[in-house]
Design a protein around this ligand. Sequence first.
Ligand code: DAH
Length: 355
Amino acid sequence: MIDELNQLLESAKGELSQALDEAAVEAARIKFLGKKGSLSGVLRGMGKLAAEERPKVGEIANQVKAAIEALLDGAKQAANDRKLLSDLNREKPDVTLPATPRRRGHRHPVSQAMDDIAEIFARLGFKVASGPEIEWDLYNFEMLAIPPDHPARDMQDTFYIDDKTAPLPPPGSPPTVGKQTLLLRTHTSPVQARTMLSQPPPIRIIAPGKVYRCDSDATHTPMFHQVECLHVEEGLSMAHLRGTLDAFMKAFFGPDTKTRLRPSYFPFTEPSAEVDVSHFLCGGKGCRLCKGTGWLEVLGSGMVNPDVLRMAGFDPEKVTGYAFGVGIDRLAMLRHGIDDLRALFENDVRFLGQL
Ligand code: DAH
C-alpha cells in the first residue's frame, strides 16, 4: 500500500506538470484528492491491514496528501501567471495614440514670493522661525509694548477666542493683564517675542506666516501673509537696517531698486520708519500705478524698542536690534501688477495660470 501511495504522488507530479490552466489543475485536484479520487481509493484498503501497520501507512498517506496539495498550489499559481502574461500580450498598447493632456499646476504667487524671501534672507544668514496663528494677547500685543488700552490696538482689530479651558502661557512669562486672552494673531511680530524668550543673542530670524484682521475690501482680506524680520546683536544701528532692506529689495524687485525711509510710529520700535521702494515699472519716474510719485510703500520697520528687549530679558545697554514686517501678498501684487488682493484667494485657475 505504501508503494501505491508513492506511485500516486509520482503520477500527480506527472499530471500537474502538464496542467497548464486553472481548469486542468482543478480537474487534477478532483482526480487525486476528491471524495471519489485516487487517494480515497487507496485508503479504502486500510481496513485490510494489520492493526500495527495502520499508523505507519496513515502517516505516509498524510505526507502524500500534503505533498499533492503543495503541488496543486504551485500549479495553480503558475497557471494564473501564465494567464496574466497572455492577457498582457494580447492587449498591446497603441503607442501612436495621442496622450491624455495633463495640466500641470504651479506654486501660488504668494508661496512664490514667500519662498523667494526665505531664500534671499538665507543668503544674509537669517534662519526661518515660526509661531502659532492662534496667539496669546501677551505675545501679540503686550510683549510688543502694546498694553490693553493702547490706541494702536484699534488698527489691528481681530478675532478673539473665548476659551476658558485653554492652557496658560508658558511659565516665566511676565505677569501682565489680559495674558489669558487668545486671538488670531494680527501680525507676525509675536514671533519676535517668542524667539527672544527662547534664545540668547545674536538672533537673526525671519518669520513668514498667516495673519488675521477684521478687514475686507479690494486691498484688505481677513487673512493675509506677512514676513517678520528680527536681528538682535551687539552694536546694531539704523545703518544695518537700511543695508538689509536695501539688499532685500534689490534682490526681490531688481538691482536698480532704491529704498527710502520715512519717519513713522510703531509701539515696538523706536525710532520707526515706513519703507518705500522706487517703482520698478516706471523706474521711479512716476506712473498711474504708483500714483505719480515713483515710490511704492512696502513695509514698516524700526529699531527694536528697548522696553521690548527688556521684557524679553535682554539688556538694551548691551544689545540692540532692528526689525521689520512686510505684507507678502502686497509684494506679490506689486510684482505681478495685480490690483485686487481678493483675486489671490479666489482660486480661479484662469487667474492663477497667468502668474
Ligand atoms: N507688525 C507691523 C504691522 O503689522 C509691521 C511692523 C512694523 C513689523 C515695524 C515690525 C516693525 O517688525 O519693526 O503693521
